[in-house]
Design a protein around this ligand. Structure first.
Ligand code: NAP
Length: 284
């Protein structure tokens, strides 16, 4: 039986430490604040945003929500971002995706000031990550790396196979794993014979959004399996991209869904808000 990587517990520990740091900042008269922008009425986004609000409350980070109408124009969205860039009281800006189709998310991300880019999606953050400079790392990949670190999983010389190449998960994971000296393979929807790749992975990270896609026969005995996927079954149950019950029998370590990567994403967002606040108040 595999070791279950408990993201819920680790995230709780991280939030506890962040609360101490946040209290320390407040003693110096500094109040960290996160501004969240949501456009339109997406039920999944509402759940994610609620979880972020809850975590802010627990740590003592001020939270402000901007709910924009689904017909909001690109100019209106960018103008709001610029206003938040200029508001001294706001330390972090998070633009909740997805956006309605008429809006260009990359244009919006480019408008967020690097100093407040707590999601790590601006070109500056992405560029810094790729050249190995200290930066805001996007929260889900950052959470995955923290989990591996906590469970003493050293990536040096390991074959890491990532399923999925999205800008928010798969691509930043490539840089994160490379920086830990792994040999990295990335698969996507056009990859031929995915099983040939997954089967030789020492560490398999799955982020494709397909319920139970990774089955036992695709995983090497003793592999570490990290499941980023969040899918809802017809019965309304949350499941990952990995067939947990069966893959658990061959893996050495595995993350559950829920209770794995999800809570870590929120914890790392909180971490980035505190980091942004500290950097903006250097020399205070
Ligand atoms: P995304 O933007 O839709 O990207 C999905 C990626 O998976 C794409 O690169 C796609 O390939 C690839 N893919 C799709 N079907 C595939 C297949 N059959 N075989 C191989 N590759 C395939 O998704 P995302 O935003 O990265 O999210 C992925 C999953 O993670 C979703 O379930 C999402 O809900 C979840 N998620 C969870 C968290 C968390 O906190 N736990 C955070 C973010 C996302 P192409 O590039 O060729 O299209």
């Amino acid at each position: 039986m595999a070791v279950i990587i408990d993201g819920k517990e680790l995230a709780k520990k991280i939030r506890g430490n962040l609360k101490i740091e946040c209290d320390e900042l407040k003693k110096q008269g500094i109040q960290p604040k996160l501004a969240v922008i949501m456009v339109g009425d997406n039920p999944a986004s509402k759940v994610y945003v609620r979880n972020k609000n809850k975590a802010c409350e627990e740590i003592g980070i001020e939270y402000e929500e901007h709910l924009l109408d689904e017909h909001t124009t690109q100019k209106e969205l960018n103008d709001l971002i610029r206003k938040l860039n200029d508001t001294k009281e706001v330390n972090g800006i998070l633009l909740q995706s997805p956006l309605p189709e008429h809006l260009n998310i990359n244009e919006a991300f480019k408008t967020i000031s690097y100093q407040k880019d707590v999601d790590g999606f601006t070109p500056s953050s992405v560029g810094k990550l790729s050249i190995g400079e200290d930066t805001f790392i996007s929260c889900t990949p950052y959470g995955v790396m923290k989990m591996l670190e906590e469970y003493n999983i050293d990536l040096t010389g390991k074959d890491v196979v990532i399923l999925g190449r999205s800008n928010i998960v798969g691509k930043p994971l490539i840089q994160c794993c490379l920086s830990k000296n792994a040999t990295v393979t990335v698969c996507h929807s056009k990859t031929q014979n995915i099983k040939e790749h997954t089967k030789r992975a020492d560490v398999l990270i799955v982020a494709i959004g397909k319920a139970k896609f990774v089955t036992e026969d695709m995983v090497k005995e003793g592999a570490v399996v990290i499941d980023v996927g969040i899918n809802r079954t017809e019965e309304g149950k949350l499941v990952g991209d990995v067939d947990f019950e069966n893959v658990e029998k061959v893996a050495s370590h595995i993350t559950p869904v829920p209770g794995g990567v999800g809570p870590m994403t929120v914890a790392m967002l909180m971490n980035n808000v505190i980091k942004a606040t500290k950097e903006q108040n250097k020399g205070h």
